[in-house]
Design a protein around this ligand. Structure first.
Ligand code: GRF
Length: 217
């Protein structure tokens, strides 16, 4: 197989999506390797997950650089230094500057715990519950300069169940996140999806033709 894409993962917290990517990349035929995990938070538990897997880690605190751009320049430099090809945002709680996003356009992806373009931003699960929808989900998308708005690579739908609280819905959604993020990174790394003219273009990727009904039929 051709060389694996060197992937950098940017985190700020617990890193369960990072773990899903690490586990997928441990399989010999996965087209990406996790080569660097970078955090803006020194004690992010995700850094331990990376270290345990023998992956290089780096912390760049976001404070003290004077501007957002100055922090992003340091992140960009660390990624370049590690010869990173692709970047996954996995619970990275910083908004990246336009210049950073443009520099990595088509190579930078994010996971969001809703069916975008619904429920962009923070506190997603409570807003989903407040809205009373019966189906929620998660989305992996290319990152563009507008927040939570890039072309969609993969989505999974999960039912919202009677009696759900934020925690229950988050846990159900997270399980689906852990499946679609490795899938989406695999597609990108294998060149089976690419960003072109503001769309995600697929090559030989079979669609799922089933439907999720909630309540059940
Ligand atoms: C996930 O819900 C992800 O969708 C969102 O932030 C959360 C990160 O969780 N962007 P984890 O750090 O991967 O466990």
């Amino acid at each position: 197989m051709t060389t694996k894409k060197r992937t950098g993962v940017l985190i700020s917290g617990r890193g369960t999506n990072l773990q899903a990517l690490i586990d997928a990349a441990a399989k010999p035929d996965f087209p990406a390797e996790i080569a660097l995990v970078l955090s803006n938070v020194a004690d992010a538990p995700g850094l331990q997950r990376a270290a345990k897997a023998g992956i290089a880690t780096k912390t760049i605190p976001h404070r003290g650089h004077g501007s957002r751009e100055a922090f992003d320049i340091l992140v960009d430099a660390a990624l370049r230094e590690a010869n990173i090809d692709l970047v996954c945002l996995a619970g990275f709680m910083r908004v990246l500057s336009d210049s950073f996003v443009r520099r990595w356009e088509g190579k930078l992806i994010n996971i969001h715990p809703s069916l975008l373009p619904a429920f962009k931003g923070l506190d997603v699960h409570q807003r989903v519950l407040d809205a009373g929808v019966t189906i929620s989900g998660c989305t992996v998308h290319f990152v563009v300069t507008e927040l939570d708005s890039g072309p969609i690579i993969a989505q999974a739908a999960v039912p919202v169940l009677t009696g759900d609280d934020e925690e229950a819905l988050a846990a159900r959604t997270l399980e689906a996140e852990h499946k679609i993020y490795p899938m989406a990174l695999g597609l990108l790394a294998a060149g089976r999806v690419r960003l072109e003219k503001g769309r995600a273009l697929f090559d030989g990727v079979p669609p799922n033709k089933g439907a999720l009904f909630n309540p059940a039929l």
